[in-house]
Design a protein around this ligand. Structure first.
Ligand SMILES: Nc1ncnc2c1ncn2[C@@H]1O[C@H](COP(=O)(O)OP(=O)(O)OP(=O)(O)O)[C@@H](O)[C@H]1O
Ligand SMILES: [Mg+2]
Length: 302
């Protein structure tokens, strides 16, 4: 069974324009699926549909085989959701909030207390556990909201920009936690983010949205090939030397190659031609390269 599926999922808020258009994809169980795209692309809308907070205009979706629209309670019991705006009871302390939400998710009071303590410690909020949530800073609230999403040990975790507003140290801790959850506990994480560098380290699969449409999906290799991003060989030689067939980029001459094995042939070739190689490097495409290439293609097509 897939963790998440969407079939021709469509959402219009105003009945005229589509915030999401015929979205079809599958997210396998386990691992982190990075859901990427510019502002307004439809990421939050997708999360809201998958968690039953919104009804689709047409199409279907499922989470662990269940429809969020038909069986919202069952889906909520399996899912943890963290949205952009953390909602906590301002007059309750961090710990009271977690114990409360743990109990509403079906834990007994002692289970909820135990989970709350583990999460407060893990998210570095133990020192602030008795402070009212209304007095938390943005980053502390963000971490408390993540703790709330995790309190009932969900199988699928929807995280909408979990590290926005966090300082670098907290962001790193949250990313490590997400990665550990997916690796050790087999949790499926659906992660909406703009932080492409973190996403590349964390995610096992990707979905790239643009103006409500899925323009690329799959593992890194797949989206990379689809975007036509290649590995490049970069060669630095004498300043006056010209390398035919290469493109100059700063001090380096670059050429697309199909695999790293081609590097050896390029170096042999240059040596045979008596061209001095001062430095040679492989340039692998990054998620950022793939993202911008896909977005550029869409903009050109319009
Ligand atoms: N409640 C709403 N009412 C009307 N339109 C909405 C509503 N929420 C979102 N939209 C519209 O739907 C589209 C998709 O918005 P959505 O919030 O899903 O984008 P996003 O990918 O999450 O963007 P961001 O990166 O800025 O969070 C946008 O055009 C937005 O204006
Ligand atoms: Mg959003």
């Amino acid at each position: 069974m897939e963790a998440v599926t969407a079939l021709n999922l469509q959402k219009s808020y105003d009945g005229k324009t589509n915030a999401l258009e015929e979205l079809t994809f599958r997210v396998p169980q386990g691992g982190v699926c990075g859901f990427l795209g510019p502002n307004g692309a439809g990421k939050t809308t997708t999360v809201k549909l998958l968690t039953g907070l919104l009804r689709p205009t047409s199409g279907e979706c499922s989470v662990m085989g269940l429809s969020p629209q038909k069986e919202p309670e069952k889906v909520h019991a399996l899912c943890g959701v963290m949205t952009e705006t953390a909602r906590m009871y301002q007059n309750m302390t961090g710990q009271q909030n977690l114990v409360f939400f743990g109990q509403t998710a079906g834990l007994t009071q002692s289970q909820a207390k135990e989970r709350a303590e583990v999460l407060l410690r893990e998210l570095d909020l133990w020192g602030a556990r008795d402070k009212k949530a209304g007095r938390y800073s943005t980053g502390m609230l963000q971490r408390l909201s993540l703790a709330r999403a995790l309190v009932h040990e969900p199988q699928v975790l929807f995280l909408d920009e979990p590290t926005s507003g966090l300082d670098p140290e907290s962001a790193q801790a949250v990313n490590e936690m997400i990665s550990a959850l997916a690796r050790k506990s087999g949790v499926t994480v659906f992660l909406c983010t703009h932080q492409l560098r973190y996403a590349q380290d964390l995610c096992t699969t990707y979905g790239l949205l643009y103006q409500g449409k899925l323009i690329s999906s799959g593992d890194f290799q797949t989206i990379c090939e689809a975007a036509g991003c290649h590995i490049k060989a970069g060669i630095r030689t004498e300043p006056e030397q010209i390398l035919h067939g290469f493109v100059k980029n700063g001090d380096f001459w670059e050429i697309d190659i199909a695999s790293e094995e081609e590097m050896a042939a390029i170096l042999r070739d240059l040596v045979t031609q008596d061209i001095p190689v001062y430095e040679a490097r492989l340039l692998r495409p990054t998620l950022e390269d793939v993202y911008f290439s896909c977005i550029r293609d869409q903009e050109v097509a319009q």
